[in-house]
Unconditional design. Structure first.
Length: 354
């Protein structure tokens, strides 16, 4: 197959590109990424010389560019991952989220529909537009229950609202125009190459530097953690075998409070990179003002993708976290380059606090 991946220099996108090149020898990838602050070509070094991977720097809101790439590459799949994704940044500057996540998705759908309509009958039947989204569109759970594919949308941050809008656009293009789409909503991803503003890499980096480890509120907010390579396998299962017009929830079955996650990181750092003074890294934990509108709990019921497509996560939270921490310890040059030029480790999103 020919697969167009948007956002393929980002965290999940680059993992998908690396997976396709390494494990699907008959597939070609066209990688379209704007290279905003969170996109890094260094995440693609493993595939930069592959004849089956081509990178194009460009914006999904550029209709002429997207149309030209579709006409030239003739993809069988579009996997749409390009998005602004950090809640704190959406509080600080929501305009970029509306532009990329809403306008960008509309532009891509408009171009994809025109391209799909021009295909022959067999190619039209085989084409898929796969939109990758988040569990945050469902809002916040109480102490019990899980998000299912039928959970009503209730986004509560500018980020999740923009992703909810893009989900609705994708389904509208399917129901109105017949565009063959599939949609996935995933839980919190973690793993190698994640931009350092996110919780796990940020705690690793600050832990190594001996700095305070800032935990929002009481640290009791709960997330379902999904190792990125498990997510990538789920994406492939869905765009290969998923039913047209269906959504699939993808979760790691690994609920943890933020404080539990940080304590796990501290324990692994104690084992793999002890502090010079011999004290535990947990001594660096510091509780800070909570994020405005912080959702309390997310949890995914991934039963549908398990039943229909046979997918299940291979990594436990413990094995995935150990692999992740070892990767960050062994690849300091990757994240130190980012800290030197694009992100100073500071906090965003306090402008919405009351």
């Amino acid at each position: 197959m020919k697969i167009l991946v948007t956002g393929g220099a980002g965290f999940i996108g680059s993992a998908l590109v690396r997976h396709i090149v390494a494990n699907r020898p008959d597939d070609e990838v066209l990688n379209l990424d704007k290279l905003t602050y969170a996109g890094t070509l260094t995440s693609l070094r493993a595939v930069e010389h592959s004849p089956r991977h081509r990178f194009v720097r460009g914006d999904i809101t550029d209709r002429a560019l997207v149309g030209a790439l579709l006409a030239e590459f003739r993809p069988d799949r579009i996997v749409h991952l390009a998005a602004e994704s950090h809640v704190d940044r959406s509080i600080e500057g929501p305009a970029a989220f509306i532009e990329t996540n809403v306008v960008g998705t509309f532009t891509l759908l408009d171009a994809a529909l025109a391209y799909w309509r021009g295909l022959g009958p067999e190619a039209r039947a085989g084409f898929r537009f796969h939109h990758v989204s988040t569990d945050e569109v469902f809002g916040s759970l109480g102490a019990e229950g899980y998000f299912t594919e039928d959970t009503p949308y209730a986004p509560r941050s500018p980020y999740s609202a923009s992703k909810a809008a893009s989900d609705h656009l994708v389904m509208a293009w399917h129901h109105t125009h017949g565009l063959p789409v599939v949609l996935t909503n995933c839980s919190n991803n973690y793993g190698p190459y994640q931009f350092p503003e996110k919780l796990i890499p940020l705690m690793v980096i600050k832990g190594l530097a001996g700095e305070p480890l800032p935990v929002y509120g009481k640290g009791d907010n709960v997330r379902d953690w999904l190792f990125v390579d498990d997510h990538v396998r789920a994406l492939c299962a869905v765009f290969d075998r998923g039913r047209v017009g269906e959504t699939y929830n993808v979760g790691g079955n690994a609920e943890r409070t933020n404080l539990e996650v940080v304590n796990t990181i501290c324990a692994l750092l104690d084992e793999l990179r002890p502090r010079p003074d011999g004290q535990p890294h947990a001594r660096q934990i510091s509780f800070v003002t909570d994020r405005p509108g912080h959702d309390h709990r997310y949890a995914i019921d991934a039963g549908k993708i398990r039943r229909e497509l046979g997918w299940a996560p291979l990594e436990t939270f413990e094995s995935g976290m150990a692999a992740t921490i070892r990767w960050y310890l062994g690849n300091e040059a990757w994240w130190r380059d980012i800290l030197a030029g694009r992100y100073d480790g500071g906090r965003l999103g306090l402008t919405g606090a009351v």
